[in-house]
Write a protein that binds this ligand. Structure first.
Ligand code: MEV
Length: 440
């Protein structure tokens, strides 16, 4: 048996499964039965999932939960979240209720610009190229007219095309940089198709021009690709209330607000903390991005580059206390689509959109930003008051017990046992072993 294989993608699904289980499992039947368990018996539905990617063997489930009571711009949402981390949905729901009682979230889309580049090499004079480029600019629009027709009908399209000189960083390196408005679609395919046409247009125009020498005509297109960094596809979510409305059992509103502000400041100046702080924001963001069938890798990549835009990685959220008012906000780039991609294919994604009232991309940006802000508020509130483990381990208790093979009866016992204590992992395991030993 060999662990390498040629032409795997050409095998039937059954052949792929057979090859995988017989090569990598001591008990192939056991491997098969796990795959079968997650297989959908509805053949049509399974086929939809099969065809999302190559070499599908089965499905991979994540829990799909909801966080209700999100008041955003005076509208109440129940937000769908697909995530495996125990405490995320609970924390979002808790923060949503907290802020619902204090006026809710305000959110706004600041801008919706998307960007793509044709990266190329040109061995000649920049001024000559610039003059030429400006002279043929109309051709880029004309050659992409059929690609952009539908997008233009919806109010989007190519909004600008420019030549960028990158010589100071890399000799002979230039870019065609184009801005796009893609309305309710994420626009990756649209942008990339336009860019590849720009490259063809540039090459054709240079080749047929009389002003370039033979050497100058030898441009090399390195690549044509959208940028996932979208600092001008930006959304803001914020909350505010009077400082005294933040009082907790053990702290005045001002004490809490000042400690919270200090925690944000730590995440602004200390990259180690900023990374964890922003990870917590992304807990709330990714879960909704995934539930709504969007590309969480793109959203993650943009968020982290944005967090480092000053040259140092910093907190994505900010906070201020002014005239007895507490204000807390998140600015985050977010390229989303509410049409195309999985939105019309994945039944759970369709469900998520219905649940949200079928939002357009801008509304979804605001909902997701509010979810990220709520998550960060929940994390910081716990961290600066009770400590994170109290809530976190309460939610994680069932995972630990499931890992130990606890019965339903034992789980009920543990829920009561840890009601008023932090369920530390070692305490759960010790108590569980003790109980099992007593039973013997
Ligand atoms: C855990 O997934 C996220 C937190 O670590 C975030 C934070 O520390 O702000 C709780």
């Amino acid at each position: 048996m060999s662990k390498a294989i040629k032409g795997f993608s050409k095998l039937t699904k059954q052949e792929k499964i057979d090859w995988v289980v017989s090569n990598f499992f001591q008990d192939p039947e056991e491997g098969k039965s796990v795959l079968n368990q997650y297989w959908n018996s509805d053949e049509k539905l399974q086929q939809v999932h099969d065809e999302f990617i190559e070499n599908t063997l089965t499905n991979y489930y994540l829990p799909f939960g909801v966080a209700p009571n999100f008041l955003i711009n005076d509208e109440i949402y129940t937000i769908p979240m697909a995530i495996e981390e125990s405490s995320v949905v609970a924390a979002a729901a808790k923060a949503a209720s907290f802020w619902m009682a204090r006026g809710g979230f305000k959110a706004e889309v600041i801008s919706t610009k998307k960007i793509g580049h044709v990266h190329f090499v040109y061995y000649g004079d920049y001024d000559k190229l610039l003059k030429f480029f400006n002279g043929i600019k109309d051709k880029f629009y004309a050659d992409t007219e059929s690609i952009t027709t539908n997008m233009r009908k919806r109010g989007g399209g190519i909004t600008d095309i420019m030549l960028i000189n990158k010589n100071y960083e890399e000799p002979n390196y230039y870019q065609i940089k184009a801005n796009f408005e893609t309305i309710d679609s994420m626009g990756a395919n649209f942008i990339n198709t336009c860019l590849e046409q720009f490259a063809d247009t540039l090459q054709r125009e240079i080749e047929t021009s009389k002003i370039f020498t033979e050497e100058e005509k030898q441009i090399q297109i390195i690549m044509c690709i959208l940028s996932n960094y979208t600092p001008e596809c930006l959304v803001r979510a914020e909350v505010n209330c009077s400082v005294k409305e933040l009082a907790t059992e053990h702290m005045t509103g001002l004490e809490f607000a000042e400690k919270f502000e200090r925690a944000i400041h730590v995440a602004t100046i200390e990259p180690y903390r900023a990374t964890t702080h922003n990870k917590g924001i992304m807990n709330g963001i990714d879960a909704v991005v995934i539930a709504t069938g969007n590309d969480f890798r793109a959203v993650e990549a943009a968020a982290h580059t944005y967090a480092a835009r000053s040259g140092q990685y910093r907190s994505l959220t900010k906070c201020e206390i002014k005239n007895d008012q507490f204000r807390f906000w998140l600015d985050i780039p977010m390229a989303l689509g509410t049409v195309g991609g999985l939105t019309t294919l994945h039944p759970m994604v369709k469900f998520a959109y219905k649940l949200l009232g079928n939002p357009g991309a801008k509304e979804l940006m605001m909902i997701i930003a509010a979810s990220g802000l709520a998550q960060n508020f929940g994390a910081l509130k716990a961290l600066t008051t009770t400590g994170i483990q109290q809530g976190h381990m309460k939610m994680h208790l069932l995972n630990v017990l499931n890992g130990l093979g606890a019965t339903d009866q034992e789980k009920d016992f543990f829920k009561i046992y840890f009601k008023d204590k932090v369920p530390r992992h070692s305490d759960i395991v010790n108590k569980f072993n003790e109980m099992r030993a007593e039973k013997k």
